[in-house]
Ligand binder design. Structure first.
Ligand SMILES: Nc1ncnc2c1ncn2[C@@H]1O[C@H](COP(=O)(O)OP(=O)(O)O)[C@@H](O)[C@H]1O
Ligand SMILES: [Mg+2]
Length: 234
């Protein structure tokens, strides 16, 4: 990649207590476009995002965001720098309405109206369900709500951990189309199990295996790499 990276992860190692989950992972994310992170269950994809966000402290290695070392900063500071994150696990408040969930994502009071309009325009399905309790939404609508809330924080980098997990096949296409749109506006790290979708949306891909980057390259070449399925097979 020739353009300067917005996020640069350099030889990042991390784990949980005695068990190490990431081993010297390096990756670069440009200011616009999607980077796909693929890998079978347990490969370390979510751990990587947790470290970038600041939910998990790395054991070693560095994280540079927009030229600044952020690995020692609290998550809240990184959010203010423009790092948005939709975790894999339930990222909505089930008992609150769609509107209330979205309002919680508005960082600046003054931007509320414009932010809400932007998100409801982006995901029209949410506009029809503003007063509905978030816990009663379909899988796809929940993911849209979680992404919508993250967008209200005006991220420069949006990290999505399996945004199509538990989403009905008919709605996956719709989410993929929105991801392509986001790709044009900001940097996105997309962790996905739907390999085709991820490699279609992304320009560059990293395939992780047992906490390491096993394969990387432009999405088109990763797609055609004969080793790809070997790294992803269960
Ligand atoms: N909270 C945790 N405590 C202990 N081990 C964990 C925890 N979360 C993940 N792990 C382990 O770290 C490794 C990487 O997990 P994870 O990053 O969730 O993988 P992926 O998202 O690629 O499925 C796995 O071996 C997993 O069991
Ligand atoms: Mg995961």
């Amino acid at each position: 990649m020739s353009e300067p990276a917005l996020l640069e992860v350099d030889r990042l190692s991390a784990g949980y207590g005695q068990s190490q989950a990431l081993f010297e992972v390096s990756l670069k994310v440009p200011a616009r476009g999607t980077i796909a992170v693929l890998g079978r269950n347990g490969a370390g994809k979510s751990t990587l995002l947790k470290c970038v966000f600041g939910e998990l402290a790395p054991m070693s290695g560095s994280l540079r965001f927009d030229g600044t070392a952020v690995e020692g900063e609290p998550a809240e500071r990184r959010v203010r720098r423009g790092i948005g994150y939709v975790p894999q696990e339930q990222a909505i408040f089930a008992k609150l309405s769609v509107r209330e969930n979205l309002l919680l994502g508005c960082v600046r009071q003054a931007d509320r109206r414009a932010g809400m309009d932007y998100v409801l325009d982006f995901f029209p399905k949410l506009a029809e369900r503003l007063t509905q309790t978030a816990g009663t939404l379909s899988g796809g609508e929940r993911k849209m709500l979680a992404i919508g809330r993250a967008l209200l924080g005006r991220p420069r980098l949006l990290m999505l951990d399996e945004p199509t997990e538990g989403v009905w096949i008919g709605v996956i296409e719709e989410i993929a189309a929105r991801l392509k749109q986001l790709s044009r506006e900001m940097a996105v790290i997309l962790v996905e199990q739907h390999i085709e979708l991820a490699l279609d949306v992304a320009s560059y891909a990293y395939v992780m295996e047992r906490g390491q980057v096993a394969l990387e390259g432009p999405a088109a070449s990763v797609k055609g790499d004969p080793q790809l399925m070997r790294h992803l097979a269960p």
